[in-house]
Design a protein around this ligand. Sequence first.
Ligand SMILES: C[S@@+](CC[C@H](N)C(=O)[O-])C[C@H]1O[C@@H](n2cnc3c(N)ncnc32)[C@H](O)[C@@H]1O
Length: 406
Amino acid sequence: MAEHPAYPVGLRLTGRRVVVLGAGQVAQRRLPALIAAGADIVLVSPEATPSVEAMADAGEITWVRRRYEDGDLAEAWYALIATSDPGANSAASAEAERHRVWCVRSDDADLATAWTPATGHSEGVTVAVLTTDARGRDPRHTAAVRDAVVAGLRDGTLVAPHHRTRTAGVALVGGGPGDPDLITVRGRRLLAEADVVIADRLGPRDLLAELPPHVEVIDAAKIPYGRYMAQEAINNALIEHARQGKSVVRLKGGDPFVFGRGMEEVQALAEAGIPCTVVPGISSSISVPGAAGIPVTHRGVAHEFTVVSGHVAPDDERSLVDWPSLAKLTGTLVILMGVDKIGKIAETLVAHGKSPKTPVALVQEGTTAAQRRVDATLATVAETVRAEDVKPPAVIVIGDVVTVGP
Ligand SMILES: C[S@@+](CC[C@H](N)C(=O)[O-])C[C@H]1O[C@@H](n2cnc3c(N)ncnc32)[C@H](O)[C@@H]1O
């Protein structure tokens, strides 16, 4: 008989009886999806793996503790035959055929009337991959196709824009510290779906080169601001593009809410009535030290870490930082935007009691190809920054975690 391709279909099993015969590894793998589909699952098996037993204990399935008997499939809509007894599998298969119950057989795909596809999920779609015919069955290949599609959808390398649900608006996306692999899956997907991207200098700039040619990429630093403040001009640009019905991504370095002025943009958009979604990002304050081999906490060394902006000097009247109190902390200090003021900062910390020998590390352009780390102490850091010509962007770490190392 000529082999015809299988006909793909999505079964809506809510409240419908599904009979599973056997409770070994196959059943254990398949049961969670059947439970998720809301099926009324009857499991027939004299014993079960501990995980399957736990599903029965939790009331997710009804477990009949015996071998298969003729008649078990009479009321079923769908069956999974997966016992270790070939005779029972054949008898159950024959019964399924009699009752016109679609059935999967774990031991012989050729004899089954249904096949389980390799499935995965991404943002509201289920990807299900089937082999075209029984002779060509190659489960590893179908799983690999599934993985490739799901991974592509998740990381945005496979672009499948949402047409029905896509609404104009702004996504404030934390791009991570710079390495293009360190953006979130959601951020990358939104980027792939954007019409307009307004990007900062910091963050994963390499990703911008991958965007399709129709995407308008705007450098936030170059938005002319005339009579406005730079931030107001950026807010206005976000609002204008969103009002034109476009999907706008505001791509920021690190996390949008860590010295990123993210909430100012959220507020401006809310005032203008523009929908806005915020996608967190990996902040440089933790990831850049980590990339240079410095943990911001370590058992027995630091039980806290404090992230501080060093963009104004400690004696500047605009400073909101209580440096004398920070000098008394025993944990790690992480300073962002502090390269220019590190001399004054170190002086102030020492003046208020921190040891001049406290280790300091400066990590410049962390997670990028240009990453470099320069070590010093509070006593030497000002001179080291000059001598080594350390330039922003850099994260400065102060504390004993600097010398923990592997
Ligand atoms: C305006 S703040 C933005 C911080 C960002 N929102 C975050 O969560 O990482 C900019 C500062 O972050 C730090 N920074 C960001 N990315 C960095 C990187 N790849 N390497 C070193 N420092 C970085 C530097 O201290 C820089 O001056």
